[in-house]
Design a protein around this ligand. Structure first.
Ligand code: PLP
Length: 359
């Protein structure tokens, strides 16, 4: 039996995608072998890779002067790769700190450059984003890095920060492909695949060509954006299966109304869940309403001593992975693209019943 999987990542994938991958697993495209067994330099895989990139460009509306890179090392790897590609030793890098992933990016950048935190929600417990006019960039900094959606506490920007001419770098790991995005407002977008794009093992970097050619000599070649761009992300063996599966996920998005379709679906799910939580008198979500994530919905119950019971009874009812992040506690429902509205409705029904019985 398939369950509704509310994991924050690796996350639920669309059933149609898994079924297609299963159908194609042993004999991909009549080649008599699995896509995993193909050379990454062979014609069949090179075409598959190019077609996934074309789909990503079409779905996101990525301008021609941006390169799409398909790399390894995850989003966490990019926390090091980006400073090594875009900053000089001793140079400052501006950061907006809205949660755990921004904090980790700052700590990693500190190994290579000088983080300059221009706005932080830390002292407020990471339950909001800073007001758009409340921070100032340092014009000498290499770039401005921020996290449009903080996966752990469910805090999402409702605006694009004005970087005042600095390159704007955004960690889209947990919100990419969830709705339309104006790619040309950013200079570099990166995202680990395992939330909304496919399986783990792949990180996508969408980078304005103007930022290429600046990597430090000590930057590992596999993370050097310029070298990878010149080699179509095949300087070495790429994660071929994850790249192929990204193509299938993009086909599914195209068949379901593109990013407009995803936005309508995701807004309906998030509205239903937050409306229920706010009106329940038993569950709460601490995040400022304008900064609530469409993808990750943390919630607390009036009797936190029942958290373990909630999570295990939900799992028994086919609602998997609802425990909050270990650093935060409580519960969290991640409702990425592949989680259907029926899954969110099933969760709400379960929450109602649980509150009635135990509240
Ligand atoms: C999951 C996540 C990461 C880390 O991704 P990995 O692929 O595990 O390295 C970084 N940033 C955000 C916002 C995330 O959600």
């Amino acid at each position: 039996m398939r369950v509704y999987n509310f994991s924050a990542g690796p996350a639920m994938l669309p059933l149609e995608v898994l079924e297609r991958a299963k159908d194609e697993l042993l004999d991909w495209g009549g080649t008599g072998m699995s896509v995993m067994e193909h050379s990454h330099r062979g014609k069949a895989f090179v075409e598959c890779a190019a077609s996934a990139e074309a789909s990503l460009r079409e779905v996101m509306g990525i301008p021609d002067n941006y390169k799409c890179l398909f790399l390894q090392g995850g989003a966490y790897g990019e926390f090091a790769a980006i400073p090594l590609n875009l900053s000089a030793p001793g140079q400052t890098i501006d950061f907006i700190n809205t949660g755990d992933w921004s904090s980790k990016a700052i700590a990693e950048a500190k190994k290579y450059a000088v983080p300059n935190v221009i706005a932080s929600e830390k002292d407020n417990g990471f339950v909001d984003v800073p007001a758009p006019d409340s921070f100032e960039v340092n014009p000498e900094s290499a770039y401005l890095h921020y996290t449009p959606n903080e996966t752990i506490r469910g805090v999402e920007f409702d605006y694009i920060p004005d970087s005042k001419g600095l390159p704007l770098i955004a960690d889209f790991s947990s919100t990419i492909l969830s709705r339309p995005v104006e790619v040309d407002k950013f200079d570099l977008i990166f995202a680990g695949a395992q939330k909304n794009m496919g399986p783990s093992g792949l990180v996508t970097v969408i980078v304005n060509e103007e930022l290429l050619g600046k990597a430090r000599p000590e930057c590992p070649s596999v993370w050097d954006f310029t070298q990878q761009a010149a080699n179509d992300s095949m300087l070495n063996t790429p994660p071929t299966f994850a790249w192929y599966l990204l193509g299938l996920v993009l086909d599914w998005i195209k068949a379901n109304g593109g990013l407009e379709g995803m936005a309508a679906r995701n807004k309906a799910k998030a509205d239903a869940l937050y409306d229920y939580i706010d009106g329940s008198g038993y569950y709460t979500n601490p995040v400022a309403k304008h900064a609530r994530s469409w993808m990750n919905v943390p919630f607390l119950q009036a009797k936190p001593e029942l958290d373990k019971q909630f999570v295990s009874e939900a799992a028994a009812a086919g609602l998997a992975n609802l425990a909050g992040h270990r650093s935060v506690g409580g519960m969290r429902a991640s409702i990425y693209n592949a989680v259907p509205l029926e899954g969110v409705q099933a969760l709400i029904d379960f929450m109602k019943e649980f509150a009635q019985k135990n509240g």
